[in-house]
Write a protein that binds this ligand. Structure first.
Ligand code: AMP
Length: 336
C-alpha cells in the first residue's frame, strides 16, 4: 500500500518544518497554512482517523493536546486563543488519511459556523438570508481555493522572490572541458571538439519526438571532465552559456514546464519535473537527479519562474551548481 504524505514525512522521505517530535508524535508546519500559526500534530502510529482509534491510543491522543498546549505557548498564542481540530473522512474535510490535529491561531478564527443556520427565531426576516448568502460566498471562495490547490497549474498565493544571480564566464569555465575553445556562439548542435558533454538519459527523454530534438542530441561520451560540486549555488545563464554547457560539460537537463508543453516539444534529453509540483516530486527528483552533474533547468522563458521552483527544491537537498537558462523554450525555439 502506498504511504500517505505524513507517513513519508515521519519516515524522513520528504522534508517538513518540524516544530516538535518525540517517539510517538511529530508536529510540522502545514504546507498551506489556513492561519498565521498552522501546525499539524500527528501521532506517528499509522491511524487513519479518530474512527480507527482504540484504547491503546488514549494516552497518545491525550498527549497531542499537551503538545498543542505547549506549542501554543511557544508561539505566544495561549492567551489570545487558538483552535485544535481534527477532520474525519470526506464530510469532515479530511484529505490525508493519517490521523492529525490542526493547531490554528495567530488571528481571530471566528465561530465554528453551523451549515444548518437558517435564521429561524432570530427576530429578523433578513438575517437568515444574509447568513445563507454569506455561506454561499464562503463556499464559492472555498471551491475556488480548492480548485486552485488541486489544479496542476495552480496560482500561488504568495509570490516568492528569488535571488537572481547571473553566472559569469568563470562560473562556467570550470565545468567546460576546453573553455578557451568554446566560443560563445557554440550551440549544442555544433559541439566543440573534443565533445565531453555527459548528459544523463531519462525514461522521459527516450520518448522525445526526434523532429523537435534532433538538433540537440548530444554527441557520444568521450571523456568525463572532473566535476566539483557547488551545493546550493543557483545562477542564471544566457542562451550562449547554456549552449556551451550543453556542448562540453557534464550536465543533467530539466524541463520545468507542465507535462503537456513538455510532450509537445522539449530541449534535447531534458527530463520533465514540473516546477509547480516540485515539492510533490521530491522523492522522484532525489532518485533520478545525479549529484555529479551540472544541473541545467529551463521553462518557458520571460516571466516564467518554474525553473526557480525546481532549483529551490534541489538547492535544499545540496545539489549544485544549478544553472537556469532564462531564455527558456521560447528563446530556444527561435534559434532552432
Ligand atoms: P486534512 O485536510 O485535515 O486532512 O489536513 C491535511 C493538511 O495537510 C492540509 O492542511 C494540508 O495543507 C497539509 N499538508 C499536505 N501535505 C503537506 C506537507 N507535505 N507538509 C505539510 N503539510 C501538508
Amino acid at each position: 500500500m502506498e504511504k500517505n504524505i505524513f507517513q513519508r514525512i515521519i519516515d524522513r522521505e520528504i522534508p517538513a518544518t518540524i516544530e516538535y517530535e518525540d517517539d510517538e508524535i511529530i508536529a510540522i508546519r502545514d504546507i498551506a497554512p489556513s492561519a498565521p500559526i498552522h501546525v499539524l500534530i500527528i501521532p506517528k502510529r499509522a491511524i487513519t482517523s479518530i474512527n480507527s482509534t482504540d484504547e491503546s491510543d488514549v494516552e497518545t491522543i491525550g498527549r497531542v493536546f499537551l503538545v498543542a498546549r505547549d506549542l501554543a505557548k511557544s508561539f505566544g498564542i495561549s492567551e489570545s486563543g487558538y483552535r485544535v481540530v481534527t477532520n474525519i473522512n470526506s464530510d469532515g474535510g479530511q484529505t490525508v488519511p493519517h490521523l492529525h490535529f490542526h493547531l490554528l491561531g495567530g488571528q481571530p478564527l471566528g465561530r465554528m459556523n453551523s451549515t444548518h443556520a437558517s435564521g429561524h427565531g432570530t427576530g429578523s426576516p433578513y438575517r437568515g438570508t444574509l447568513r445563507e448568502a454569506g455561506i454561499l460566498i464562503l463556499c464559492a471562495i472555498g471551491l475556488a481555493i480548492g480548485f486552485n490547490m488541486m489544479n496542476s497549474k495552480s496560482i500561488s498565493w504568495v509570490k516568492k522572490e528569488y535571488d537572481k544571480v547571473t553566472a559569469t564566464s568563470n562560473d562556467l569555465n570550470k565545468y567546460l572541458t576546453s573553455p578557451a575553445n568554446s566560443p560563445s556562439t557554440t550551440t549544442p548542435s555544433t559541439p566543440t571538439t573534443p565533445n565531453t558533454a555527459v548528459p544523463v538519459e531519462s525514461e522521459d527523454s527516450k520518448k522525445t519526438d526526434p523532429a523537435t530534438t534532433a538538433a540537440a542530441k548530444p554527441a557520444p561520451v568521450q571523456e568525463k571532465p572532473s566535476f566539483v560540486a557547488e551545493p546550493g549555488v543557483v545562477k542564471e545563464i544566457t542562451y550562449d552559456q547554456f549552449s556551451r554547457l550543453m556542448a562540453s560539460a557534464p550536465y543533467y537537463l530539466i524541463d520545468a514546464r507542465g507535462a503537456e508543453k513538455y510532450a509537445e516539444g522539449h530541449i534535447g534529453n531534458a527530463t520533465n519535473f514540473y516546477g509547480a509540483e516540485a515539492q510533490a516530486r521530491i522523492p522522484d527528483m532525489l532518485a533520478n537527479v545525479p549529484r555529479d552533474r551540472v544541473i541545467l533547468i529551463y521553462c518557458d522563458g520571460g516571466e516564467c519562474e518554474l525553473s526557480h521552483h525546481v532549483a529551490d527544491v534541489l538547492k535544499q537537498f545540496g545539489y549544485g551548481p544549478i544553472f537556469i537558462f532564462t531564455g527558456g523554450w521560447a528563446e530556444w525555439k527561435t534559434k532552432h
